[in-house]
Write a protein that binds this ligand. Sequence first.
Ligand SMILES: *Cc1c(COP(=O)(O)O)cnc(C)c1O
Length: 374
Amino acid sequence: MIPYGRQHIDDDDVRLVEKVLRGDFLTTGPAVATFERDVARYCAAAEGIAVSNGTAALHVAMLSLGVGPGDEVIIPPMTFAATANCVRYVGATPVFADVDPGTLLLDPEAVAGKITSRTKAVIGVDYTGHPCDWDALRAVTADRDIVLVADACHALGALYKGTRVGSIADMTVFSFHPVKHITTGEGGMILTDDEGMAARCRLFRNHGITTDSHQRDKDGAWFYEMTELGFNYRLTDIQAVLGSSQMKKLDGFLRRRREIAAKYDSLFAACENITPLETKADCEHAYHLYVVKVPDRKAVFQHMRQSGIGVNVHYIPVHFHPYYKREMGLKPGLCPVAEEAYEQILSLPMYPDIEDGSVHFVANELISVCRKNY
Ligand SMILES: *Cc1c(COP(=O)(O)O)cnc(C)c1O
């Protein structure tokens, strides 16, 4: 089976991880600080806070903003459940705003319609690796005290109007799961330019414990205080060194992903019933996913799987999940654009190591099944 996504690990990655394993620090040590600097620098952000996974990064972002019971956070339904779950973790309410029909990205006008006096934050998801319209999202939230958070788990390396994702929203969250652009096995990071937010993220990552050096001098080196109810969301040095090694290859990964997308685009150009998602000229796509809309998606999906092609569907709208139906009483009809798109979307294999021959095979299978059936 050709998978839809897969990591690339080479001998350098293995050698560097082995070196850490034989060294002094296994959990958070100097490699974590280096990895944080590597990602923050790449994205032109002031601060990076590495955590144990992307979901933890979203949770820490909500905690650091003080989002809690009674607060609302606006999110799109076309995302992984974790985007909504992080809001629930802190006892707040995720409010679903619909997406744009062409890009399936959070629609700024829909966001504007969902803003209330309780809205504390908007989490824009740079779905598939295409940045949201951050200027428009900023415009609809500007005159209120609403924080913009980017769930950029798909979009490491993407550009919006020439600016790197990671330094656009007030906080940006990445995941380093093996299907994402770079991997640490499990891992995540929060980027921000705000020192106060960064300090609070560090606090919540480590049990809510502060170690103030002045106080240590005064009271003794054993001194620490737990000032918030935090978590153990630390990344290990074993993972962080892998992350830094992967960062060196990121530009190559992105180049290859864009090359694969261009191949798919040109092969589908003549095929009327295969519609790739729209891309905006002022953005550079990072292509975590390559999503097309097809007729009779269920039959097409089955045909592709039977041909040994690991197509997938990203995503079932979050408000369709039984938990959200049960706990929040959400029903189909809430976000009609996302719901209609859900019936049509298919994610095709997209990862740096896929061979050109496989890309052609995937495209030809899809073209032939779409031609045959319709
Ligand atoms: C992968 C992903 C996450 C969660 O990241 P993990 O590292 O798997 O916890 C959150 N949001 C989106 C959009 C993702 O793709």
